[in-house]
Design a binder for this molecule. Structure first.
Ligand code: SIN
Length: 324
């Protein structure tokens, strides 16, 4: 009788399952074209790491991932984690919105059995495709005892990252996924954690806040360039936004001519968050109470998800924790 851990491989699409007409083509391909059995067949030795059960959930390019998909994925992951015969879940995903899905799952899943996302920059059909090694290492990490209670993890390019920390930092390079603020949590081969994950926000969204939900409240991101028109804010609200994240210059600096629009949003009880266009650094919390709240460490995409979840859960305590 095998003593290998039982893992569920949940597939959602992405370049890791991508197929091009030519093995030299790394940009013109169809993401999510391959089914899980083809992914597994490309990785000799997987069966020595774990007993895998496949669940083919989506076959999409992650640019098309929507909040409704996150909720569906969350429900599937919760379903598998609740099974006594499932020891962990590995999720294949596209790199383009990997940071959003990883952050969403990190906030919604209390630490416990390993949940590991992986992805690839080159399609499965490419010479030197990176997907097979990434999948092998993701399974190795999910099968490892040290990966329990670390929150949602991301394994790519030989690194173990905290799902909450990652961003995509390059459009085409193989090492496009990084954790600029905190670095990797560990190495994927052999599996070694350098330090534990920061878990203060892991699973902080109460499960009952999302139970039965098929959508999240609409939150729009507005990119504020020099001279951008503040009427964009009112336009987003007219189109149905329940919250707005501003990708602002510098330390979340609101241009003077946007203050009036921000005040009008506040008067309509529309939450506005000041995030930043800058790649690194926090937006500091301000003492000026007329300024919209700061995003703290969250970039615009992550602040948007945090605000969606705060609006869905409806508790000020959660907002404070999310934007700490
Ligand atoms: C995608 O995000 O689905 C396509 C791009 C990629 O996976 O690298």
């Amino acid at each position: 009788m095998s003593t290998l851990p039982h893992l569920t491989l949940l597939t959602t699409g992405g370049t890791i399952a991508g197929q091009a007409a030519s093995s030299a083509d790394t940009t013109g391909y169809t993401a999510g074209a391959l089914d899980p059995s083809a992914l597994i067949a490309a990785v000799p030795g997987l069966g020595e790491l774990a007993q895998l059960q496949c669940d083919s959930l989506l076959s999409i390019d992650s640019k098309d991932m929507c909040p409704a998909h996150w909720l569906t994925l969350l429900a599937r992951v919760q379903h598998h984690l609740a099974r006594p015969d499932c020891d962990g879940v590995v999720i294949t995903h596209g790199t383009d919105t990997l940071e959003e899905t990883a952050w969403f799952l990190h906030l919604c899943l209390p630490p416990g059995k390993p949940v590991v996302l992986t992805a690839a920059m080159r399609p499965a059909s490419a010479l030197s495709a990176d997907g097979p090694m990434n999948l092998y290492q993701a399974v190795a990490v999910a099968a490892h005892a040290a990966s329990a209670n670390q929150g949602v993890l991301v394994v790519v390019n030989g690194h173990i990252f905290a799902g909450a920390d990652i961003v995509k930092t390059d459009t085409q390079a193989l090492d496009a996924i990084d954790a600029p603020a905190r670095g990797p949590l560990g190495a994927a081969q052999p599996v070694q954690f350098y330090h534990p994950a920061a878990l203060t926000q892991a699973g902080c969204v109460p499960a009952d806040a999302l139970a039965g939900q098929t959508e999240l409240p609409r939150v729009d991101i507005l990119y504020v360039a020099a001279g951008s028109d503040p009427d964009l804010l009112a336009a987003a609200i007219e189109r149905g936004a329940k919250g707005i994240v501003l990708a602002l210059p510098g330390n979340g600096s609101l241009p003077a001519n946007w203050q009036c629009a921000a005040d009008a949003a506040r008067a309509r009880a529309i939450a506005v968050i000041r995030s930043t266009r800058v790649a690194h650094g926090r937006v500091a919390h301000a003492t000026d109470t007329m300024l919209p709240a700061a995003s703290g460490a969250l970039n615009p995409a992550k602040a948007r998800i945090a605000l969606m979840l705060a609006l869905a859960a409806g508790t000020p305590e959660l907002s404070a924790r999310l934007f700490a």
